[in-house]
Design a protein around this ligand. Structure first.
Ligand code: MTE
Ligand code: MO
Length: 217
């Protein structure tokens, strides 16, 4: 117990010195679970699909087999939760939206500016498309080499983190990645998602500590 406490403090000091600890955050060695509502149960993935719709040249729907045959990226990211814990050097594998666009698999219409992640049970979260095209966002289906745990978003989640050591304008809090992701809707206007409607920030930049919508309360 004491050893773990010491270890945590030592690691926190190190990331702080590397300027990787955003204001108001502290380091955790655990992987806390946070979401509203129930964890969906999938008996199998034969009826699971992921749909790309809205302002796209052509709507696309992938089955699990099709989606997991797409090229993947492996990324190491620091995760920053708005509830003030940060988890460092986490390893993810999944599909990157920029790769789908580069390969012509998904073609966005010129007026597409925002993307809404739609998840099981109607959960939504909004981001500007450029934040999803950056190197700190992934459509992730493996964590540390394994398929996701149900409570962390199995089979697929949006994953928002920060590239270690690279402070970027696109670094947002972890809630900007929807667990149990089922579709991506591209829009011209920004539309508040589930937590954003509850008073959380539309922009959610971790370095300028955009936790809540200032004008909301
Ligand atoms: N579908 C869904 N995804 C969600 C949420 C949710 O309520 N539903 N909560 C978000 C919040 S608030 C956080 S902090 C992260 C937590 O991810 P984790 O449970 O893997 O730590 O998931 C995000 N994705
Ligand atoms: Mo959260």
């Amino acid at each position: 117990m004491f050893k773990e406490f010491e270890e945590r403090r030592k690691l926190e000091k190190a990331v702080k010195e590397q300027d990787r600890l955003p204001p108001g955050q502290s380091l955790t060695l655990k992987f806390p679970v946070l979401h509203y509502g129930a964890v969906p149960v999938y008996e199998n993935l034969s009826t699971w699909t992921l749909r790309f719709w809205g302002l796209v040249e052509e709507e696309k729907t992938f089955t699990w087999d099709e989606f997991t045959r797409l090229p993947t990226r492996t990324m190491t990211l620091d995760l920053h939760c708005v509830t003030r814990w940060s988890k460092f050097d986490t390893l993810w594998e999944g599909v990157h939206l920029q790769d789908l666009i580069n390969q012509g698999i998904i073609q966005l219409k010129p007026d597409a500016k925002y993307c809404i992640q739609h998840c099981e049970f109607g959960f939504t979260v909004n981001l500007p498309i450029e934040a999803m095209l950056a190197d700190n966002f992934l459509l992730a289906y493996r964590f540390a080499g394994e398929l996701l745990d149900p409570e962390h978003g199995y089979p697929l989640r949006g994953l928002m983190g920060a590239v270690p050591g690279k402070k970027a304008e696109t670094d947002r809090y972890l809630w900007k990645g929807g667990k149990w992701l089922r579709s991506l809707e591209f829009t011209a206007e920004d539309r508040a998602g589930f937590w954003e409607q509850a008073g959380y920030s539309m922009t959610a930049n971790v370095w300028s500590e955009e936790r809540y919508r200032r004008s909301f309360f």
